[in-house]
Design a protein around this ligand. Sequence first.
Ligand SMILES: [Zn+2]
Length: 86
Amino acid sequence: MGAKWTLQQLVDEGYTVTAYCHRCHHNGPLDLKRLAAKLGPDHPAMHDDLVGITHCGKCREVKKMGFVFQPASRTGNPFNGSGWKG
Ligand SMILES: [Zn+2]
């Protein structure tokens, strides 16, 4: 991802964005469609753009949030050990 991504692009590409709280270690997927409806589909959605627009559902931390972007995979989860070839 070199260019600026928007919320709508992430939705279109099937990305999953997991928010991770560095304060209480709570984590969960962001509702990208809800954010796009709330902030507008053209809202930038890189890491720095997401900090401050969502908060931890457990301790309500806003700033110490991390975000993990996971692209859609048509061949299953490449991290489960069965998708690697060589
Ligand atoms: Zn938290």
